[in-house]
Design a binder for this molecule. Structure first.
Ligand code: ATP
Ligand code: MG
Length: 363
């Protein structure tokens, strides 16, 4: 096992125009599960391939376990990679697929058999060892790919959207299995996905990428609760975070926000910010809705209520802005109903109107 340290990795493909990654730095701790998350084309695969040695950077460095491997061949890095397409050999049985890398390394036959049995046990493939990949389901095939990666006992496991070819139910099941397996093994893991739910559920930390850069990196709930920009808050979470045009004011020593001509309390620390136009970020589930007037709550009108089973999602109109609010499934509300929304001050984030960047105070 090993720490992965990438420093200032920059890559432009020949004829590619814009850089695929821009001076990206990131340290993945020994045994950590790091997820790279971002929209299509933001540079996730490029970054992973540079860690793997399948792509060379224009500049910057990759260190694995303290050793500079930037210009070392993939096989000198002791890592394994699992791809989106189940890259298993169709003409080899499951057992031979799993043992392939070890056979190439000319490992002892008995050792190979032991390792195959071990990995097949972990991934519940014992009953399929004599089958060909064409005789397996998609989920089983992807388990073979993971088994083949882990028998190599790599220092680092790299995975590029390994679940994206599975249907929704299999994905859910395999996600939990993968999390348990990798936690048990304690292998350093870099996992690429553009699925924010997968990122939140799997990662010990999530690095959010945009246009070739890491724009935020932290534990999932930190990224979810306190996104560093509007882009991140809009990308992570379903529904995405609400963003409202508001004006920040000081009333006595207290910070307040004005939205659609109404006032609501702001966190005390916001008194340090300049008064004026801002954007307020608030998650649907942190708002408390009431059907009767409440002091300090903002009056809105229900546009639509969508029952989702465990909760109901209400879209309400606040002045000229829309806001999504999560209410209990038995909450009596329908289109046209008045609502009073309590935006809990301690759950608000404040963003610069022009740049969408979060404002932070030292208090
Ligand atoms: N071989 C290549 N030649 C030229 N440009 C490339 C090549 N591979 C990727 N790119 C470009 O580099 C940028 C980053 O691509 P990359 O594959 O790393 O994105 P990604 O985040 O993995 O996207 P996705 O979620 O769609 O897989 C994109 O603009 C892409 O068009
Ligand atoms: Mg990709």
């Amino acid at each position: 096992m090993a720490e992965v340290e990438i420093s200032q990795l920059h890559k432009t493909y020949p004829g590619g125009g814009r850089p695929a990654t821009r001076d990206v730095s990131l340290t993945v701790a020994d045994g950590e599960f790091m997820v790279l998350l971002g929209p299509s084309g933001c540079g996730k695969t490029t970054l992973l391939r540079m860690i793997a040695g399948l792509e060379l950077p224009d500049r910057g460095s990759v260190r694995i376990g303290g050793r500079d491997v930037t210009y070392r061949a993939p096989r000198e890095r002791n890592l394994s990679m699992v791809f989106q397409s189940y890259a298993v050999f169709p003409h080899k049985k499951v057992a031979d697929n799993i043992g392939f890398g070890l056979a190439m390394r000319k490992a002892d036959r008995a050792v190979i058999q032991d390792k195959i049995a071990w990995a097949a046990g972990l991934l519940q493939l014992e009953d399929y060892l004599d089958r060909y990949p064409s005789q397996l389901s998609g989920g089983q095939r992807q388990r073979v790919a993971v088994a083949r990666a882990i028998v190599m006992e790599p220092d680092v496991l790299l995975m590029d959207e390994p679940l994206s070819n599975l249907d929704a139910l299999l994905r859910l099941q395999f996600r939990a299995e993968l999390k348990k397996l990798l936690t048990d093994l304690g292998t350093t893991c870099v996992y690429v996905t553009h699925d924010q739910v997968e990122a939140l559920s799997l990662g010990e930390r999530v690095a959010v990428m945009k246009d070739g850069e890491i724009v935020q990196c932290g534990p999932p709930m930190e990224v979810y609760d306190s996104p560093a920009s509007e882009f991140i808050g809009g990308f992570i979470g379903s529904p995405p975070m609400n963003f409202l045009d508001a004006t920040l004011r000081r009333d006595g020593g207290e910070a307040v926000i004005e939205v659609a001509g109404q006032r609501s309390a702001a966190p005390g620390s916001w008194a340090a910010f300049a008064e004026g136009p801002v954007r307020i970020g608030v998650r649907a589930e942190t708002i408390t809705a009431h059907r009767a007037e409440r002091s300090g709550a903002l009056r809105a009108v229900t546009e639509v209520a969508e029952p989702l089973g465990s909760t109901t999602l209400v879209t309400a109109v606040l002045g000229e802005q829309r806001i999504k609010v999560q209410v209990p499934p038995d909450f009596p509300v329908g289109a046209g109903d008045d609502l009073w929304l309590d935006l809990r001050a301690d759950r608000l984030s404040c963003y610069e109107r022009d740049t969408g960047r979060v404002l932070v105070s030292d208090r």
